[in-house]
Structures are given as structure tokens and as C-alpha cells.
Design a protein around this ligand. Sequence first.
Ligand code: SAH
Length: 360
Amino acid sequence: MTALKQEIAATIAHEGPMTLEQYMGLCLGHPRHGYYMTRDPFGAAGDFVTAPEISQMFGELVGVWASEAWRLAGSPSPARLIELGPGRGTLMSDVLRVSRIAPAFLEAVSVHLVETSPRLRAVQERTLANAGKPVSWSADVADTPPGPAFILANEFFDALPVRHYVNTAQGWRERLVGVDAMGELVFGLPDTVESSLNAPAREGSIIEVSAVAQRIMGEIAARLVREGGALLVIDYGYLETSLGDSLQAVAKHAYVDPLASPGEADLTTHVDFAALGRAAKAAGAKVMGPVTQAHFLLQLGIERRAEALMRRATPEQQQSIASAFHRLTGTQDPRHQMGELFKVMAVTHPDMPDMPGFIV
Ligand code: SAH
């Protein structure tokens, strides 16, 4: 039994079953045992691989997008370049390197990373030590300095905790995490019915509600409306709010039971882009997309970038560039290719013109 499982079981014994939101929050963010607090989960040796870790092309195109967003916003100075959940810092490192071709942008922005894990923050510090720009950290986007902001979020929203509601004969009830007679963590339903929920659905249907993600989106959108700028969200997810449980746990590149080893596996859900879009629009922001990652990267010129890299590469490197290109943009095999599964959405000040990557 993991130390965190013991602690969670003790809390449940004392206070009763906990919400999935509480459980996910502890699994990912517990100060001592949380998944992101204790490890660097990225890369071939870790639990999963993200787009910036697959190829520099990803961060370079996101960087081109960010400097273009800044230009279309009227080249404000000073401005902020902010990343939410930067992992190893690879994306920001590639963004800053490619931005040397847009020196006015690089000159205008100060760089801020929003990260809750001290362990990953240390990795980010190393990655960005020679990036040529000072970097500051905070644990909450609300603590970044004011001003027009260009905000990047790759695989950030999928790591935020959700709540589940299950339809029963008596109505919707919240799915809770409890402990069974053997001391194992199990899902269960309380007696109380959520009277505010009355969506028609078959018995046993599950609704997943991303209240934390929607709150963060609402706050960021309000800031962009007030101060100008744009947010780019890249994540796996679905376009329309739909029924169903998308919670998944991954350890060492394999799916595992989300209740089996809290703190040892990454817990994520598919991002509900429609709900995020509604939260952004409710705050008065403009929403572009979501489009597929393939659409976004192809429109920003990933083919030309791959060709340019190929010209200077050894045959072995050429193979790895081609393989990264297919992994990032492929739509045939969703288990290995990200082109269709991953979606991209921009949230901006209402006056922002339509932006590259989102023209359909
Ligand atoms: N963007 C990176 C990493 C994605 S993993 C990449 O694409 O490789 C999720 C990241 O979000 C990790 O850095 C994790 O520590 C961070 N994170 C998770 N929950 C967070 C929260 N509530 N606030 C800030 N950062 C968070």
C-alpha cells in the first residue's frame, strides 16, 4: 500500500467518503506524496510523452503563434509570456529560442511559469538557465504580474480534478471514494441526491464536471478581456459536452486502476472543450476553435519546418523527424498519433482578429 493510500484511507475512516475532486487533488498535488510532487514523469523512461518532448517543432510553432498573437494584439509592451503546467520546461525553451526571429516580442515580454510542483520547478530552472530571459514562478496564475498576457497551456487542463455524478432511479448522486471491508479504495454513492441536476439520461450514466478547470478558465478569460492578450489550450479532449467517465490512470505507459495506487499513477481526464469555451465566453472573451492538433500544426507550417530540419539532418535524424511529424499530426492511430485526439483552442480579447492555426 502506498503511503498516500494509507493517508487517504485514514481520512475516509475519520471523515467519510471523499469526492473524486478531493481524491484527484491529493493524488496529483499532495505536498509529500502527490504524483507531480515526487517525480519527473515525462519521456521514454517515465510514464508518458508529451508533444514538446516528442519534437522541437511543436514548441517552435507554438512560439511562432505566440509572437503572432502579440503582434495582432498591437505589440503591447510590456507584456507577459506565461505557461501553465510547464513540465520539464521544454516547450518554453523552444518558444524562447524560436522567438529570436521576433526580437521585438522577446524584448517586450517577461516570462512567468505557473507550477505547483517544487520538483518540476527545479527541472524547469535547469532547462531554462540559458534561455536568455529571466523567469519567475508562481503556483497560481492569479499571482502572475498584470498586463497583456500571452498564455500557453499544453496538457495542463487535463490534470485538474473533476467530479462525477451517476444517474440512479432516485436521481443524480455524486460518485465518492470510500473504503471497503478489506481496506481497499472503492467508488460508491451516497444516499443524498443532487436535486440541482436533472439532465435526462439512462440509469447508470455518468456526468463528469470540471469545475476547477472552468473556474481557472473563467479567471483567465476575464483577465484577457480586461488587459488584453490570448490563451492557447492544447489537450486531448472532446468537442461537445457528453455523458461518460473519461478518468484514466497511467503508469509506465500502461493504463492502471485509478484507485489502486494513489500518487504512483498519473490521473487525467479528457478535457471538455465545450465547457471551457462556455466559461470563456461567459467572461466576455473571444473563442477560436477548437480545431484538431493536426489542423493547427499544419496551418502553422509544420511541413515546411520538418523539411527545413531534414535538409540539415543525418539519415538517422531524418527518420526521427519524420516519425515525430507523424506522431504529432497523424490521425489514423489515436493510440500513438496525436493529430486528431488532441484539440487546440484559443481564448482572446474580444477585438483579436482571427488567428493562424484556427482558419477553417
Ligand atoms: N506542459 C507540459 C507538462 C504537462 S503535465 C508538457 O506538455 O510536457 C502537467 C503539468 O501541470 C505538470 O508540470 C504539473 O506539475 C502541472 N500542474 C498540475 N496541476 C497544476 C496546478 N493546479 N497548477 C499549476 N500547475 C499544475
